[in-house]
Design a protein around this ligand. Structure first.
Ligand code: SAH
Length: 276
């Protein structure tokens, strides 16, 4: 058996510049690369060295993929499995790691910029805001993959926190029905980002629970789209905003002493060790 390592590398959301420096370095010295054809931008392959064996996994089964990775690890030191966004989100990471473990092939994972983060960035939105929501839920609508008990979109939406909904653009009617059933108003903002960060191909559709389905249909979005529903959306235009305590002049934390006395609002917060 060979001694090569299989690296699961997050390729980022599409823009080749959004792969990490570490991921790019691994691509540059890879002896073999298996990439997810339909999703990973071909441009991310531009750093592969000459002589590197490159395969597209789009027509492979999981068994084909693990057999390919094991065979390449027997032949070369660095084998890269390039996955879209972050490998730990909706990416069959563990199904691929188990056969490698069984074959004694070392495995490492390099995180990537998830499309959830790239979509928020594209729309210049913050997924958390002080006193609005401090929670982000990554989820999907039930489709062919069933949702575990307690994870229906309606149940999750009842928290009224930020929802980043993957893999669900073709189920938009069900998404808005779940939000409505959970008590979201028809005016609540929703943003859909298609091909976030892809040079020249990104589309941002802004609407509400009532309008977003029609707007996405008009824009012909049927794949590679992130649905973000959040009470923080549109905050760029708000005239009143509760400012983050991190930069509040009355708030002392690890790196800075308060320059003005604390108000009743800031006194209560003892949570200063890491973040505001
Ligand atoms: N591991 C990936 C998610 C893979 S699942 C990640 O961390 O981003 C595939 C889903 O991700 C798509 O259905 C879509 O909802 C989302 N997605 C992937 N790339 C995207 C992009 N560039 N823009 C918007 N959504 C994207």
């Amino acid at each position: 058996m060979g001694t090569g390592t299989v690296w699961f590398v997050g390729a980022g959301p599409g823009d080749p510049e959004l792969i990490t420096v570490k991921g790019r370095g691994l691509v540059e010295r890879a002896g073999a690369i298996l990439f997810a054809g339909s999703l990973v931008s071909e441009a991310a392959m531009r750093w592969a060295p000459t002589g590197c064996v490159i395969a597209d996994s789009k027509d492979m089964t999981l068994e084909d993929m693990s057999a390919w990775l094991i065979a390449q690890a027997a032949r070369c030191d660095t084998v890269v499995r390039l996955q879209t966004g972050d490998p730990g989100l909706y990416g069959a990471l563990i199904e691929l790691v188990q056969p490698l473990d069984a074959a004694g092939v070392p495995v490492q994972v390099v995180p990537g910029v998830s499309s959830a983060m790239a979509s928020a960035a594209a729309a210049v939105e913050s997924l958390t805001l002080p006193e609005v929501t401090q929670t982000v839920i990554f989820t999907r609508m039930e489709g062919r993959t069933p949702m575990p008990e307690g994870e229906s979109l309606e149940a999750l939406a009842a928290h009224h926190s930020t929802l980043c909904i993957f893999l669900s653009i073709t189920l938009m009617g069900k998404v808005t029905a779940a939000l409505t059933a959970a008590g979201w108003s028809l005016d609540a903002p929703v943003v859909v980002v298609h091909k976030a960060s892809w040079p020249g191909e990104e589309k941002i559709v802004r609407g509400t629970v009532a309008t977003i389905q029609g707007l996405c249909r008009e824009a012909k979005l049927v794949s590679q789209s992130m649905i973000i529903a959040s009470p923080t959306l549109g905050a760029r235009q708000w005239s009143t905003l509760v400012k983050s305590k991190l930069y509040d002049a009355s708030f002392t934390h690890r790196f800075r002493r308060a320059s003005i006395p604390a108000t009743s609002l800031t006194q209560g917060n003892q949570d200063t060790q890491d973040k505001p």
